[in-house]
Structure formats: structure tokens, C-alpha cells
Design a binder for this molecule. Sequence first.
Ligand code: HDE
Length: 774
Amino acid sequence: MATRKKTAKPTNNNGSPDPETELRTAAGYGSNNQKLDDLAGNLEESAGELLTTNQGIRVNDNQNSLKAGDRGPTLMEDFIFREKITHFDHERIPERVVHARGTGAHGYFQVYESMAEYTMADFLQDPSVRTPVFVRFSTVVGSRGSTDLARDVRGFAVKFYTQQGNFDLVGNNIPVFFIQDAMKFPDLVHAVKPEPHNEMPQAASAHDTFWDFISLFPESMHMIMWVMSDRAIPRSLRMMEGFGVHTFRLVNARGKARFVKFHWKPLLGLHAVVWDEAQKISGKDPDFHRRDLWESIESGNYPEWELGVQIVEEKDEHSFDFDLLDPTKIIPEEIVPVQRIGRLTLNRNVDNFFAETEQAAFHVANVVPGIDFTNDPLLQGRLFSYLDTQLIRLGGPNFHEIPINRPVAPIHNNQRDGYMRQTINRGQVSYDPNNLRGGCPFQAGMDMSGFTSYAERIDAQKIRERSPSFFDHFSQATLFYNSQTEVEKDHIVRALRFELGKVETPPIRERMLYLLAQVDKGLANRVADGLGLQIPAKLEKPMNMSFPADADPKQFQPKKVKTEFTASPTLSMVANPNFEKRTIKTRKIAFLVADGFDDDSVLEMKKSLMTAGARVCTVAPHLGTVMSVGGQIANADFSFLTAASVLFDAVYVPGGEASVNTLKDLPEVFEFINEAYKHCKTIAADGQGSEILRLAGLSAGTPSDGSNGEDQMSDTGVVVGSNGDIKGLATEFIQAIAMHRHWDRERMISQEANDNGKPIRPPQRSQPREVKRT
Ligand code: HDE
């Protein structure tokens, strides 16, 4: 029999602080965040503790099961083994049916000034109050273990733990949705998820069933434009917008209601990667977004968003040329400006992914007094779905007691029992009315924040129908496309070629071309060129195939496109006037170095970039350290094997003859630079480092503004230092990185024609792009 020495349990009877307090403090709890304080009661950490069973029995041997002889069978009696294996066998819960892949963080929200005029929501009254929040970002289609960089909508779900109870703003990074009625949600999700016979493809909409559904369902065309745009491949979760999507209501203390659309505006700007890059990141680091969020919070670079509202008076409900209740429509910001009313800051990573992020249960119906719903038929369906789904996913009706879900406001009601009940409700009474407990818990009057639904007048027939005001399926799709810069249009064209190119059934592609032609003929023609097809002159079946069995199909067809309102610049990521202030804060810059790098060239540049808020990583031929000419030792953060240009925002090759001579012989260096070039990133070199750029076929150009570089012959976003003026080079480098990407490069490389049939200029360079190696 194996014997094990007992380690003495550390005691704290010598006046040292209580271990629970120590744990809370070490974990950063006890801040002025009431929710974190609340969670602190559930923390566990085994440091210095003895191993026990779940019954608190100390375990002496965690290596061997109990057997009849050292070669004999395991005994049923072994309760320690059985408990351990049984718990392990039950560790998994069902993943979310959609939005399974996600990541979360804690933070707080603060309103800028009282919104009492519009809402009685308590967390929107006092600018000095910090309301704790938990936010979960997600993709929609992929499984829990899928890549972060799938082309997909991103979920942006915020739980506000207010003094009046939880308010969940369960939104997306795209302001519209595929469908208008929740009745169609299971169809949409079945179509986009991996196909049921072979469970392929994972985390991708580029397959037959999705496009089959879409090609028969024109109400999704506006959303399709967004999903095919770069919005669906964000550079970072910290650099995307969020939207409540539906029209909600704000109600003030006098009972006056107004319509509202919620927005989140990221303070780091609005940025995307390119599709080729996204696919490569999916291989190099499928956790790219999750890691980026984690690292930025760990390093104190707390992501921030401003909460925006578009408010519409009730009397103006019908003054738009679309229906406010239709979730496939936006209210253009040019028509109703977005007022920024407060700030969200994420400042704490979770302690335990499963306990917090995975068990977080969001619900659109979690509203507080002062916020109310509208009759948007998608919203109405969601009001049912989110509670229902938690019952299976989290195993019963008591999921609100899971620490991450429980409100900071007290809970008192007569609900009892159910699986995993934690609360010990005292007393004999669990009904209302009662005299035995003096009538408690009492109903709360409105003056005590008792929730009362907005008394909307409804006088209607019970009917399964879609309002005719919902039948304009193309105008805003056209508006979105027209609002994009040329390079963004190119990306949409290529995304559609990619997606439809993966569709194996030609008639589906053709129907899609017909639908795209309703949005924009130029777009449809370009996609058709890429697919080697013609846009069909007419369709065999009606454009919209979604109508009741006995209905007249004509009644359900899309309305004519309205083009009076031609462009809304806030729909573009590149030309968006909301994000003109550019920063390189938290951007990741790769320094390519080897032994013998020039001291100043690295140190001065690093200092300047870090002062501007960027993060510098050295990439060297091997891990460990590299030495400068002057004998300085630098740690290699990555080797060329563990890094790739797709994981960085910009590249710098410092001077130093020996360093450059080593790098010159490494094909990976040129792969790094060529890829960064292809993805339109800023590339800089100092001193001898410029030799590497020259060998890669790059010539220095001026930083571009990303909108029009067609007349430039040199490479925009390639900056080379001369005369040892590192500060000057750094200034130029920083300006160029702040542009995010130098998109005109793509247009220079491309040979095709744009929407107007104008050829895009072919590349004209004197240097070869690839270095031939022997
Ligand atoms: Fe969701 N959605 N959804 N959805 N949704 C879920 O709830 C549903 C819709 C959104 O990080 C599920 O807890 C229906 C629009 C986010 O945990 C489920 C309809 C928008 C998240 C569900 C929609 C969203 C979900 C799956 C059509 C943007 C992740 C797991 C009526 C405004 C929340 C879960 C998190 C999750 C149902 C459409 C956003 C099944 C029926 C529109 C961000 O309840």
C-alpha cells in the first residue's frame, strides 16, 4: 500500500489576515465594483491547502485507485475514485445553440449626464455612479472551439448589474438582422450551421444550405451586405461597434415614452483585417480575438466604448420611409444623430472561464423600469427564447442563482425549489396573498421602481401576417453598398465571390446574382465575373419564396428600391466621420532583429512607439536573446517559427549590419514582409534595414489617407529612415500605422475593373517582389 506524508496545513492563528480576505484582495476584488464583491464570496483557490473530496474528506492517495491486490480489479467501494470520475464525466454542458464561441470580461458603465428627461432607468441618472457590467463577445455560427476569425456577425452582449436589477443589452456588431420575424430563426440557423448530413463546414456561411436559404429570402439582403463587408472580420473586439438592433423604448418618470436605438462606439476606432489574413490567423492563432482582449485588459489597456442612443419621438414613428419595427433597417445617423450618453470600460478578466463566461445567461427580456420593448416581431420572439434556452443549457430554472447571473439587487419572491436551488428560503409562506407573513414580499409601487409595462394601445385582429411596411428589402442594402469606399466595395465583391464560389449548386449562385443585381448592377456583374456566370434575366420562381401556403405570392415580393438617400458615410469603416481621430494605442508592432542590431535604431524607435501607446514585440531567428552592436541584450518575444505577420499591425526592420545580413538569408523574413505588404500594413526600416525592403521589392512612399492612392507610384505606408533621424522616422511610422491600412496598395495590385468599368491600375515596379533563394 502506498503511504503518503501529510503536509501540514498552514495556520493563520498568528494574527495574519483572514485567508478569505487575502484571497479577495489578491484577486483584485473589494474594488468599488459591487458585482465583483458579490462574486468574491464564491472564490476558491487551493494555494497551501490539502486535497479533499467534495465532501471535505482529505485525500491521501490521488494516484492509485483502490484494488483487490496491486494487479486486481478496482473496487466499487472506492468512493474517492468514483466521485472524481463521475464529476469529470459530467463536466460539459451544452454549448449555446448560437453564439457558442465567445469570450467575456468585467467592467463598469458610467452615464455622462442624467438621462431623466428620457428614462427613469436608475443607472442612467447619476454620472458619479459606476454600474458593474459583464460583457460577452461571440461569433454566431461556429462551435465553442471554433476560430475567432470566421466571417460572421459578432455578438456584443452586456449585462448591467443595476440597483434596480439586471438590464441585458444583447446586441451584435451589425445593426440589422437577417430576418424580420422570429418564426424564421430556426430556419436561418439550420441553414447557416454546418450541414446536417456531414457536419461541414465549421464556422462558415460559405456553403450551399446557407445560400440556398438566402437566395429564396430577399429580406436578408441588407444584412448580407454587412456580413460580406469587413465588419464581419474585425481586427479586434475592442475595435468594433455594437448595436441593440431593435427599436426599444425609453420611458421617463412621467410615463412619456420615446423610441430608441442603442449603439456602442469603440474609442479605439473601427477596424478590420483582410479576408486572406483572417483565414491565416485562424490557423496561426484561432484565439486571436480572445487573446487580444485578455492581453489588453491584463496590461491595463482597458477597452472602452461610448453608449449612443438615437431617440425618436412617438409622434414621428411613421415619418421614415421604412418601419421602425423592422429589424432589417437602420435609422441612418444622418437622419437621427447618435447622442453619446455614457462610457463602458472593461477592466477585469474573468477568474474562471466556465464559471463566468460560459455560464453567463443573457436575456433580452431583462429590462429595468424606464426601458421597454416594441412590437418588433424579432424582438418579441427573442423575449421568449433566451429564458427558454437557459433551461436546457444551464439545467433548470435556478440559473439566476449562478454567481455571474445573480443581480446585485436583492431577490424576494415566492418561487421555490427546482434543480440546484441554492437559496434557503425561510418560513412557511410561499404564496401571495398571505397574512401569515404579513403579505410579504409586497408588490412595489411605481414610486418604488415597480416595473410597469408601457401601456401601448393595441386594437387589432389576431392574424399571422407581415406588415406591407416591411417589404422594402433592397433600398437599405443599396444604401449600404453605395456608402462604401471603392476598396470596401472590392472587399464585398471578393467576399461574395468566395462565399458563392464555395457553393456547389450552380442554380443557387445564379439566384444570388439576380438578388445582388437588385442591390447594385455593378456589384452583381463583378461577382458574376468572378463566378464565370451571367446574371439571369429572370427567375423561374418568385424572388421571395417566403409566403403562406394560400397567399398570393405577388403580395410578398420586394418593393421597388428607393434611392433618394444615396449614401450614409457612417456605414463605411474607412471613411466613417465618427472615427476620424486615429490612434496607434495597443497596436502590435513586430521588430525583425538578429544579433548585431543597431542600438539606437531599436531603442529609440521602441521608446517612441511605446510612448504613443503601441506594443512592441521582437521577432528573431531563434528564441532566447539577441545582442546589439553595443552589447545590449534584448529578449526575443517570438521566433520566425512562432510569429507571423498576420498577428501584427506593422513591421519594422531596424539597422545594424550583422543583424540585416542574418535576416537577408532567411526566407521567413521576406514571407513576413511580403505578407504584411499584401495585407496593406505599414512597413518601416532604418539604416541597413532598408536593404531588406529593397530586396523585397518595396520602395518607400508617403503615408496614404487610405482613400485614393491611385496616382502614387511608390508604396504608401512604406517608410524608410535616413541620416540616423530615428525620431523623424518614428513620427512618420506612427502616422502611417494610425491609418490602419494602406488600402490603395490593393487597388494597385488588382488588375480588374471597378464598378464604373474603369480599369484599376496594374502594378508598375522595378523590383521583384519575391527574393529568389538558392
Ligand atoms: Fe440571439 N440567441 N436570437 N440574437 N443572441 C442567443 O441565447 C435568438 C438575435 C444574440 O453571449 C441564444 O443564451 C432568437 C438578434 C447574442 O451569451 C438564443 C432570435 C441579436 C447572443 C437566441 C435571435 C441576437 C445570442 C443562444 C431571433 C442581436 C449571445 C444562447 C428572434 C440583436 C449571448 C443564448 C451570449 C444568443 C435566440 C436573434 C444577439 C437561442 C430566437 C437579432 C449576442 O436564445
